[in-house]
Design a protein around this ligand. Structure first.
Ligand code: HEM
Length: 165
């Protein structure tokens, strides 16, 4: 009998596929260095704390399927993240610059470039950045303190590319 054993492919979280904590910390470090040089975005972040980049890396960690570094580690919550954007009147032009710089930073920080990962990453960043703009306008509803953190997965591609067997 020739029972060939194959190891089933286990789909990793986006966090793991991205390269884990070091990769996300590299991403936000590169990103906020760019933001500081950007005429449209620098004024928005002029009073941000020194731990801002690390907090955002922790937030992304949690959303992309890693450990709860933002909620358990930093004592944050989804509502607190939303509150950071309230009343800031972010524009579409600022949002698009923010997104462009983040995607440039993903390249420079060496995040995976495979189509499946990048499609999922862009999907989250489009969603989250558009929500940030909506939440920053006058009349935006107060965030729900009980709301959990979003969890982002691979979406339609379903996981990293597997060649047909
Ligand atoms: C997926 C999209 C986004 C995520 C996950 C996100 C996440 C966060 C988080 C976690 C904080 C709080 C950080 C801390 O505790 O220090 C924050 C603050 C902030 N975010 Fe965002 N954000 C997003 C989109 C945007 C966009 C598109 C803009 C502007 C164009 C923006 C502007 C800001 C500003 C101005 C602050 C406050 C900085 C300060 O503390 O002074 N965010 N964001």
């Amino acid at each position: 009998m020739n029972a060939e054993k194959t190891t089933p492919f286990v789909v990793p979280s986006l966090y793991t596929w991205a390269g884990g904590q070091p990769a996300l910390e590299r991403l936000t470090a590169v990103f906020y260095a760019k933001v500081a040089q950007d005429e449209l975005l620098a004024p928005l972040f002029s009073s941000a704390s020194h731990s801002h980049a690390i907090h955002v890396a922790h937030f992304l960690t949690e959303v992309l399927g890693g450990p709860p570094l933002y909620t358990a580690g930093d004592g944050g919550s989804h509502a607190q993240m939303v509150m950071h954007h309230l009343g800031r009147h972010l524009s579409e032009i600022q949002r698009r610059r923010w997104l462009n710089l983040l995607l440039d930073s993903a390249d420079e920080a060496g995040l995976p470039t495979d189509p499946e990962f990048r499609a999922a990453l862009v999907g989250y960043l489009e969603w989250g950045s558009r929500l940030a703009v909506l939440n920053s306008q006058d009349g935006a509803p107060a965030p729900d303190p009980a709301a959990g953190m979003p969890q982002w997965g691979w979406g339609e591609p379903g996981g990293p590319y597997q060649p047909p067997s």
